[in-house]
Design a binder for this molecule. Structure first.
Ligand code: NAP
Length: 314
């Protein structure tokens, strides 16, 4: 199949995800030119120093003019504002996509504002780290990771095919599904784990009987993995919680019920119940390793085989 090469790709937002895209687009020669826009002048200046693009614009509208692919990589709560800023200048026939961690809310914010002459195809690469900003990105972030596209009912097949091929050239495997389903799946595999991590690290921080230095000193015994998740960007995760509210609340309710059952098993000394649960969950980890989404190495493979800085925050 011919490789889609875009004449101009506009990247709106140049943090971890946007700058990883800039790097892989360059490496794979997926565009003749890359235009970058971001909210703050200092981030734009840093993107320029890092030579992430060919053009740099303070205004998103100036970056998207003539672009045939526009990728919005900002916190999900800012999607509507970005759509407003670019809608009048988009080139007819352009593909507009995003990388936000929630999909139904992004569609609600962007779809009514974007002109009918463009192909709006929301997306979400399931790849990330706990780091932010243009320095944090790297070209093989998406290698072997899934990217979920949530096309709308009227989405043009050819545009969907082009965007799919684009993500495949970035190293991803691509799936498509409905936005609501995406939000439910991500609530359990990503959003809930982050909330649990934020909560447990907060609890440890509030403890009075165990000192902070003991928490840090003995963290290797389990706590450390939670701190990595809990170090993720506060703005991004605030927006995820506010914009995937219903699915997260549903998963939290189920989680609380199951936690109460576990609490009861411990209280009543029900070792069989505990053993059964721990055996079932161990098998899940094995399937994740078999699916190639994690490696079975010390430190959960996080800084080893997959990539020197790659992890599975998303
Ligand atoms: P990031 O490194 O913090 O970068 C965020 C970018 O968005 C920056 O260019 C920032 O601009 C811009 N921005 C922030 N607030 C804005 C606002 N109110 N209006 C316009 N622009 C704004 O974030 P990221 O990790 O790349 O995340 C970007 C998107 O990808 C989010 O929607 C997130 O849900 C999604 N995502 C993240 C991960 C992950 O693991 N991090 C994985 C998959 C998807 P300035 O620096 O100029 O302010």
């Amino acid at each position: 199949m011919p490789v889609p090469k875009f004449e101009k790709i506009a990247l709106i937002g140049i943090g971890l995800i946007g700058s990883s895209l800039a790097r892989v687009i360059r490496r794979e020669d997926l565009a003749q030119s890359i235009a970058i826009s971001t909210r703050r002048p200092e981030t734009l200046a840093r993107a320029r120093e890092l030579r992430l693009g060919d053009e740099y614009h303070a205004r998103a509208g100036d970056a998207v003019a003539d672009a045939d692919l526009v990728i919005v990589s900002v916190p999900v709560g800012a999607s509507g504002q970005v759509a407003e800023a670019i809608s009048d200048v988009l080139k007819p026939g352009a593909i507009v996509t995003d990388v936000g961690s929630t999909k139904a809310s992004v569609i609600r914010q962007m779809a009514p504002v974007l002109p009918e002459s463009v192909h709006f195809i929301p997306g979400h690469p399931i790849a990330g780290t706990e780091h932010s900003g243009p320095d944090a990105g790297f070209a093989d972030l998406f290698d072997g990771r899934w990217c979920i596209l949530t096309p709308l009912p009227a989405t043009d097949e050819k545009a969907l095919q082009n965007l799919t091929q684009f993500w495949e050239r970035c190293g991803s495997k691509v799936d498509t599904m409905g936005a609501e389903h995406h939000d439910m799946v991500l609530a359990i595999v990503s959003h809930l784990p982050h909330l649990i991590a934020y909560n447990i690290v907060g609890t440890a921080d509030d403890l009075e009987t165990v000192t902070k230095s003991e928490v840090i000193k003995y963290s290797a015994s389990g706590f450390r993995d939670f701190t990595r998740l809990a170090a993720s960007d506060p703005t991004m995760w605030r927006d995820v919680c506010l914009h995937n509210r219903d699915a997260i609340l549903e998963m939290l309710a189920r989680f609380s019920e199951d936690l109460s059952a576990l609490q009861r098993a411990i209280r009543w000394g029900d070792g069989e119940k505990l053993f059964d649960l721990f055996t079932r969950t161990r098998a899940i980890r094995r399937s994740i390793i078999e699916a190639g989404q994690e490696v079975d190495a010390p430190n959960f493979g996080r800084h080893a085989a997959l990539h020197p800085q790659k992890s599975d925050v998303e």
